[in-house]
Design a protein around this ligand. Sequence first.
Ligand SMILES: *Cc1c(COP(=O)(O)O)cnc(C)c1O
Length: 477
Amino acid sequence: MRYLSTRGHPTALNFSQILLGGLAPDGGLYLPETYPKFSADDLSDMRGMDYRQLAFVVLSRLADDIPAGDLKALIDKTYTIDTYCHGRQDSDYCQITPVRKLEDDLYILELSNGPTLAFKDMAMQLLGNLFEYALDKAGQDINILGATSGDTGSAAEYAMRGKHNVRVFMLSPEHGMTRFQQAQMYSLQDANIFNIAVRGVFDDCQDIVKSVSNDLEFKAKYRIGAVNSINWGRIAAQVIYYFKAYFAVTSENTQKVSFSVPSGNFGNVCAGHIAHMLGLPVQKLIVATNENDVLDEFFRSGIYRPRTAAQTLHTSSPSMDISKASNFERFIADLTGRNTAKVAELWRAVDAGGSFDLKPDGLFDQLKDYAFESGSSSHADRIRTIRMAWEKYGVMIDTHTADGLKVGLEHREAGIPLVCLETALPAKFEDSIQEALGIQPERPAGLENLESLPQRVEIMNADVAAIQAFVAKHAND
Ligand SMILES: *Cc1c(COP(=O)(O)O)cnc(C)c1O
């Protein structure tokens, strides 16, 4: 399997070569040169497989440069019940990513039973083990510098903690995360994890990461890497649970299934698109946004108009408060039929702060060849949906999952199973649950006193030089 940039850079690389890097040299994102296809016979073989077996079948196609025995060992180490089934106290079914039936043809796909109670653990834990493996092979180490407003930072830290050849420097805004989210990260005592609370907002953190990444000399000297949402390894790992869910809600491979996906950076639903391209019988991929509805606007109008940080609203589904979907370019590359010159042209406009409209040149019409639909929701919708799920089905969902359920139901078709992806547990967003239901969500066992654990965090000004000095000082610890 060879990977190519969406913008036409000629060098093709394999999975391991793009694993540790981010963007292609021309600023594009990597995609498989062509998608491998699972045949009807393959799908029949996959039905009945457990998570690890499915992971192996899917990833051995996408990461075929990793020797099969090594890949299998990495998967077996990553996808364990221990890691992925401690989230639910009421768990009568300790499985990795079980589906919970709400009623006939309506399901929640539980993706948030991992260590940080959000779906990002599904991919990030694998990435941690892949990084360690690849770095060991190369005899290297890496210093990951990231910025988080909540879920990504904790998922990355829990995936990388204790890895001998990885250090994590995670910037977060001093105020803005929930107390639970702060405690999740700051209570980690591992020597390779460095939490930096920045006196500023999330955008200040992200700007610092960008400045450091653009300082090529510093980046090379201190071996700076990233685990952001454009990482292909994360997308590849997220493909697996679409297959898992499909087999869980169907009995034969002639059936189609729709998925509703709470979306921000378009990573999760992009993995659904890749699953579709690999041959999964998908009816619809429903892109659910909150009030930050840039993606919904595109799928309704053909106009992609990213917004600035200042135009991005703070909502009660904060992990979707994103107005520039970093993985969207991957889908647009497919939509154009891998016309890399066209993609490069479109993103020249986007990178200059502009927008594009796919209606005039007819590309928008080709959307019908794909499965996408979209919708958005408001705070009132989320509260109503959380109440509805609780009263009607006895299931407590978080605000992001509520965005997905609300929009999913609007696009539901009779006779087609609808799977709504759960992206976080309600325990992470207590205030909204309190508002909707008047009660506090249950905490998974062991997290009851999370906020009272000792915390390890460096509070620093939003000063690039100071943060570079901090990284340099600890880069060889
Ligand atoms: C990251 C995140 C999302 C958005 O996922 P994307 O892959 O960025 O589209 C949705 N919900 C939660 C809880 C998240 O943490």
